[in-house]
Design a protein around this ligand. Structure first.
Ligand code: 21W
Length: 240
């Protein structure tokens, strides 16, 4: 997978590209991240990338020309990409969207700064994504979230032990609780089922914990689940 990031702050991406699992995956050749600064495509003498908004008001708006020139130069140099505009008004990122993006050969992540970007840039992108309902200072952290979430779904990025871990989240459930040693920590023990050595009992305990957590903490996810007969029996056994 090739990630193309268009950003005024390419140095922000060092943390993603040089550290941890994603850094390793890049060294192994499982993914590549190219960074392109639209400021290099600004043609005025001050290399400006923003301007005041038509109609007035506070703040600055990113000019369309340097951004679109950067998008076009990236595709001319390395080939067509699926182009994602990062914007607070985009569709919220979900794990199904992450899985869909992980099937594509080349993703372009177009980041804005200032108070937003000229509306006409939208027409040059294939979709618009947000990472949630809170306000960031730019699209860079959102782009890094997408690189991280998509990269860990690529073959050869995670070890086999890790790759099954989010199956329950991808099935619309929250994870069950986990414990490691010591068996007694500051007066708090480990649930007896996990110490039982009975694999069937452990699996049922974990399934029930996932169901209960989802029901209590994320009722909107729980409402979307199709419960199996076993799920209903587990929940019925739990409740008086
Ligand atoms: C913050 C851009 C506020 C635009 C009238 C019209 C990308 C982001 C961003 C930013 C505004 C994402 C205005 C979750 C985010 C991002 C910077 C609004 C004022 N007035 N996901 N527009 N949250 N944020 N501009 O902030 O670019 S994905």
């Amino acid at each position: 997978m090739i990630f193309e990031v268009v950003t005024l702050f390419p140095e922000m991406f060092a943390s993603v590209t040089s550290a941890g699992i994603i850094g390793k995956a890049q060294e192994k050749g499982a993914l590549q991240v190219y960074l392109t600064d639209p400021r290099s495509f600004s043609t005025d003498k001050h290399r400006s990338v923003d301007d005041t908004p038509y109609g007035g008001g506070a703040g600055m708006v990113m000019r369309p020309e340097p951004l679109v020139a950067a998008i076009e130069a990236v595709e001319a140099a390395r080939g067509p990409a699926h182009k994602i505009l990062l914007t607070p008004t985009g569709a919220p990122l979900t794990q199904p969207a992450v899985l869909r993006l992980a099937t594509l050969p080349r993703l372009m992540l177009v980041c804005g700064r200032y108070e937003g970007m000229d509306e006409r840039v939208r027409g040059f992108c294939d979709e618009e994504l947000s990472i949630g309902d809170y306000v960031l200072t730019g699209g860079e952290l959102a782009a890094m979230v997408i690189v991280d979430a998509v990269a860990r779904r690529l073959p050869g990025v995670l070890g086999n032990a890790d790759s099954a871990v989010d199956e329950s989240f991808e099935a619309g459930l929250l994870e069950h609780p986990q414990y490691t040693r010591p068996a007694l920590y500051r007066g708090v023990g480990v649930p007896e089922a996990l110490l039982s050595g009975n694999h069937g009992r452990i699996r049922r305990w974990r399934r029930l914990q996932s169901l209960l957590r989802t029901r209590d903490r994320r009722p909107e996810l729980f409402a979307k689940l199709t419960l199996s007969d076993e799920d209903r029996a587990l929940l019925a056994g739990e409740e008086p």
